[in-house]
Design a protein around this ligand. Structure first.
Ligand SMILES: NC(=O)c1ccc[n+]([C@@H]2O[C@H](COP(=O)([O-])OP(=O)(O)OC[C@H]3O[C@@H](n4cnc5c(N)ncnc54)[C@H](OP(=O)(O)O)[C@@H]3O)[C@@H](O)[C@H]2O)c1
Length: 310
């Protein structure tokens, strides 16, 4: 029997990890949240995890208040501790125990300005050679793309990736984007974008939504399932991108949402300037997955989610 430790177990992702691993008898699951362990405390982390001696550690704990940590120094320090340093403590203890560590990261480690790939064989010096005809470049960032976060939250998550790479051995870094699913059971629970927009749509005849920031959604139950598959398939350790198919802007996603929820609310596309926020968002942060079988589209996942909350 494999002992699995899930940290951040009451979070949006954590609760789905608990449910998927608990449903399989070959795993003995320990689910810890902030009330059971503070992973920013290195000694406590080392002691508690060494005592438990898990074979697999899943770290779903994180600081996710993107705007708050941009404008508040103390909050940025908190984010650095939890997102930047704690993953390194986990990587060290996992290495000592010869355990596998799964750590989650974000599309916000990227700049938002991907290089446009050229078709193979074209030196990139032309704009209209025959190779370009019908060539539709996949715009986004693959697992090896250069990281360059444009806001403080992304910087702290990149620090965490680097800490795991520096101190760890058997690790998976899974990047995801725009997580949605059942709201977390934890104190700091944030509603996902779709839940917020459903509420707004029910109360208003029209809503303005930013038609920028193209990226993918990740449905928490699909990510939990994929995490288990990656481990069980003994995939090579390293970085993975786990997103539902179908990159889109916030506006495009809300149009789909209201169609599925049969809401008549008018959706008006606007630029991000209409909703200034402290932290800059990447203009495009589509995660390209080249290492795993693709997951179902976010539209199918969203339809399933909406059925479940009716
Ligand atoms: N949400 C998104 O849209 C999104 C996008 C991209 C990537 N991600 C990444 O996906 C992963 C999961 O995110 P999520 O949205 O599921 O997170 P979440 O719902 O905010 O849950 C995080 C959990 O971590 C716990 N926690 C906080 N501080 C802790 C500490 N010092 N020690 C132990 N546990 C602590 C929290 O407990 P309390 O609430 O009790 O403090 C909470 O239960 C994270 O790595 C996140 O960065 C998320």
């Amino acid at each position: 029997m494999q002992k699995v430790l899930i940290i951040g177990a009451k979070g949006m992702l954590g609760q789905e990890l608990v449910s998927i691993f608990k449903s399989d008898e070959q795993y003995k699951v320990t689910a810890w949240d902030f009330d059971k362990i503070d992973i920013t405390d290195e000694n406590q982390t080392k002691e508690k995890i060494n005592k438990l001696a898990p074979n697999i550690i899943l770290n779903a704990a994180a600081y996710n208040a993107v705007d708050l940590c941009e404008k508040d120094k103390a909050e940025f320090e908190k984010a650095k501790k939890l997102n930047g340093k704690a993953p390194g403590y986990l990587a060290k203890v996992a290495k000592k125990l010869d355990a596998t560590l799964v750590h989650y990261s974000t599309d916000y480690v990227f700049s938002g300005m991907p290089e446009l790939p050229e078709p193979a064989g074209c030196g990139g010096s032309c704009s209209s050679c025959s190779l370009h005809e019908g060539f539709v470049p996949q715009i986004g960032f693959d697992e090896d793309a250069i990281t360059k976060p444009v806001q403080k939250y992304g910087k702290t998550k990149l620090m965490g990736e680097q800490a795991v790479q520096k101190s760890g051995e058997k690790y998976y870094i899974i990047r995801l984007s725009k997580l949605f699913g059942k709201p977390a059971k934890s104190k700091t629970a944030k509603k996902s974008f779709f839940d917020v927009m459903l509420e707004v749509g029910k109360k208003n005849a029209e809503v303005k939504v930013v038609d920028e920031e193209t990226s993918c959604f990740t449905y928490a139950p699909d990510l939990a399932k994929k995490t288990k598959e990656i481990i069980e398939a003994n995939k090579p350790f390293g970085i993975y991108h786990v997103v539902n198919e179908g990159a889109c802007t916030w506006f495009e996603a809300v149009v789909e949402l209201y169609k599925m929820a049969k809401l008549k609310t008018k959706v008006i596309p606007v630029n991000s300037d209409e909703f200034p926020r402290p932290a800059q968002r990447p203009y495009v942060s589509t995660l390209i997955n080249t290492r795993l079988n693709p997951m179902r589209s976010y539209k199918l996942a969203l339809r399933e989610y909406l059925k479940g909350i009716k």
